[in-house]
Design a protein around this ligand. Structure first.
Ligand code: G1P
Length: 289
């Protein structure tokens, strides 16, 4: 049973500067909801009700978004804005158990996940990165939980990426054991094209056994001068722990850069009847003008 999900959201969001000077990148909106809400929805739809946010100074607004705002509720009630009240309540009732841990000096994803050790305790848990949204019939994490029940061990979600993108990701090497499942032999963080063992990139979805914490304590800073989660996974494999890669079903969006963010907005706009019309109108006008 996976009961807890860790969401590291302490990063500075430098790729989205200058807006991220004042707005956490996780709160930038895809249509009318912040990016992070899509990830939270995936967690909840996967049957997990305890969310552990790893935040840093300036990121408290992310928690506030999911927290109760009684003042706003009263205001909307008094003004009889019941449809808006419903929307606010829906967000505020979403997360049953919300826990936050402060990462004082952000020194990488590996360190961020380690911050969750005490709260996670001795049980398997999920990690989801807020930059990566996956639109899928069955939530990506739920698909992973299904295979976790079958194989146990640790699971990372992967997808094939174009060669020019390989150096942006953790890349795996392994052996296919069934449709969509690969037993991982090696992982390497942001390799060059020459070093990369494949084009299978880890996306921001993981299920770990609590033993990962021991490995996170042993790794040293590496790529980018940071503690890399990928290094702990590699060490874990070297010492005999099982790690599987799962080729998930669905479409993934990287919202952490300008182009990816725009692509995500367009994707969700064309899924919305009202906005789809505007999008079509816009495209036609610009094709024929
Ligand atoms: C992180 C991980 C990387 C993974 C990627 C997925 O990198 O370190 O292994 O492939 O997320 O989005 P970041 O995007 O934080 O540089």
């Amino acid at each position: 049973m996976i009961r807890k999900a860790v969401l590291p959201v302490a990063g500075l969001g430098t790729r989205m500067l200058p807006v991220t000077k004042v707005v956490p990148k996780e709160l930038l909106n895809i249509i009318d909801r912040p990016t992070i809400e899509y990830v939270v929805d995936e967690v909840i739809a996967s049957g997990i009700d305890t969310l552990i946010f790893i935040i840093s100074q300036g990121k408290e607004k992310i928690l506030e978004y999911f927290n109760l705002d009684l003042g706003l509720r009263t205001f909307l009630k008094e003004r009889k804005k019941l449809d808006l009240l419903k929307k606010v309540e829906e967000v505020e009732n979403k997360v049953k158990n919300l826990i936050s841990v402060i990462q004082k000096i952000p020194e990488g994803l590996g360190q961020a996940v380690l911050m969750a050790e005490k709260v996670v305790g001795n049980e398997p848990f999920a990690v989801l990165l807020g930059d990566d949204l996956v639109d899928a019939k069955e939530p990506c994490l739920k698909q992973m939980i299904h295979f976790h029940l079958k194989y146990g061990g640790n699971i990372v979600a992967v997808e094939e990426v174009p060669l020019e993108d390989i150096s942006k990701y953790g890349i795996i090497e392994g052996e296919k054991i069934e449709e969509r499942i690969i037993k991982v032999k090696n992982v390497v963080e942001k390799p060059s094209l020459e070093e990369a063992p494949s084009n299978l990139a880890i996306i921001g979805r993981y299920i770990f056994q609590p033993v990962i914490f021991e490995y996170l304590k042993r790794i040293k800073k590496s790529v980018g001068g940071e503690y890399q989660l990928t290094d702990a996974i590699q060490l874990m494999i070297e010492e005999g722990h099982e790690v599987y890669a799962y080729l998930f079903e669905g479409k993934r969006f990287d919202t952490g850069n300008k182009k990816g963010f725009f692509r995500t907005v367009l994707h969700y706009a064309q899924k919305d009847e009202e906005l789809k019309e505007i999008l079509q109108e816009f495209c036609q006008l610009n094709v024929f003008s």
